[in-house]
Design a protein around this ligand. Sequence first.
Ligand code: FES
Ligand code: FES
Length: 162
Amino acid sequence: MSNERRITLEINGAAETTSVPAHRTLLEALRGLGHVDVKCGCEKGDCGACAVLLDGVAVDSCLTLAWQAEGHAITTLAGLGTPERMHPLQQAFADLGAAQCGYCTPGMIIAAESLLRRVPDPSEDEIRVALSGNLCRCTGYTKIFDAVAAAAAVMSGKGDAR
Ligand code: FES
Ligand code: FES
């Protein structure tokens, strides 16, 4: 008898159904459904590359079982904006050089969005703490923190991302 069960996930506003064993992580399920904007890094909660919003709050999808996400709104980076209609965080990361190889970027932006939904005008310390679970091997972090601050200013009507 198969131990798989059918689950329906709400991903970026659309319902998607898949069959998963009980131990399948949300990260594996999302990437299996083609959502490869969710990045696979350490798979043990250390790097933040796999972050998605679950009901608006950032979680590591490698530490979440797929079935646990049923009934909750999942948002990946692609659900925030597109190349044609970028979210202010995506625009600020691009404008300020906050992405180099880009592998950490989806998780960084998801973590930043989670912060800005709670704290629209964060201090630098609040930005650093909010992104402390996200690792970047390329940028040295300063440009990432600057980009989050710039996007916060744009989103609260206080500034321009450029
Ligand atoms: S892949 Fe999930 S935290 Fe690293
Ligand atoms: S831009 Fe390369 S890991 Fe962050």
